[in-house]
Design a protein around this ligand. Structure first.
Ligand code: 13P
Length: 255
């Protein structure tokens, strides 16, 4: 299991450092069954890295460019992220698709750049509200997963993470029901098994994201194919984030 906090465009340097310290304090020692990661804004990665380095809390970025270096003003590459201690990069978040023109093709470039260099991409997929209302979630998520992972082969695929984030559930307080989440997670699991075989397909963590909080985490995390969470708002509140991590630990102990 993996619980990852996506801080989005929140926290100045001071707040990032104090939040990282609070997370460390609340989440405590390592638990090999539940990995924990926090993803601050680019400019705070280095400061947060010095707080979490040597601890069980891993560092992630919220985006990455596919090229190693070059004339790409404003962008940050995989080696740059690894240089400040990143283990993960969120790729293809719906906010990036919606506001920053990211497409299935650019997401695929980024995923390939990450896995080639062993930076673990947290690949986000999920349907919009109108697509859900038209019952198109399976079609949309299937397309997004297939395109994002096109050209990714074994053994690299083993280090992928996929996050199902229905756009209508992000920041809205309207969570997918456990059944709705499980339905799409099972679909994603099937696609992963089809592409990478039973062993790897079943080992890849599929996270749920979208208004996950201490009140709904336990039920969501109890679903067969829900292997963790990508947490937005609640990741800015250390006690709430820690409560979600605790639910994951309880669930991992049951499994
Ligand atoms: P919220 O938890 O705030 O709904 O955000 C989810 C998300 O987008 C995480 O990447």
């Amino acid at each position: 299991m993996l619980i990852a906090g996506n801080w989005k465009m929140n926290t100045d340097r001071q707040r990032a450092v104090s939040l990282a310290r609070d997370v460390l304090e609340h989440v405590g020692d390592s638990d090999s069954d539940v990995l924990v990661a926090i993803c601050p804004p680019f400019v705070n990665l280095e400061a947060v890295s010095s707080v979490v380095s040597g601890s069980a809390v891993r560092l992630g970025a919220q985006n990455v460019h596919h090229a190693e270096s070059g004339a790409f003003t404003g962008e940050v590459s995989v080696p740059m992220l690894q240089g400040v201690g990143c283990h993960y990069a969120i790729v293809g978040h719906s906010e990036r698709r919606q506001y920053f023109c990211e497409t299935d093709e650019t997401v695929n470039e980024k995923v390939k750049a990450c896995v080639d260099s062993r930076l673990v991409p947290i690949v986000c997929v999920g349907e919009s509200l109108s697509e859900r209302e038209e019952n198109k979630q399976e079609e949309v998520v299937t397309r997004q997963v297939r395109k994002a992972l096109s050209g990714v082969d074994l053994p690299d695929a083993a280090s992928l993470v996929v996050a199902y984030e229905p756009v209508w559930a992000i920041g809205t307080g309207r969570t997918a029901t456990p059944e709705q989440a499980q339905e799409v997670h099972a679909l994603i699991r099937g696609l992963l098994v089809q592409s990478f075989g039973e062993t790897i397909g079943k080992a890849i963590n599929i996270l749920y994201g979208g208004s996950m909080n201490p009140g709904n985490a336990e039920e969501l995390l109890a679903q067969t194919d829900v292997d963790g969470g990508l947490i937005g708002g609640a990741s800015l509140k250390p006690d709430q984030f820690a409560a979600i991590v605790e639910s994951a630990r309880n669930q991992a102990a049951i499994n």
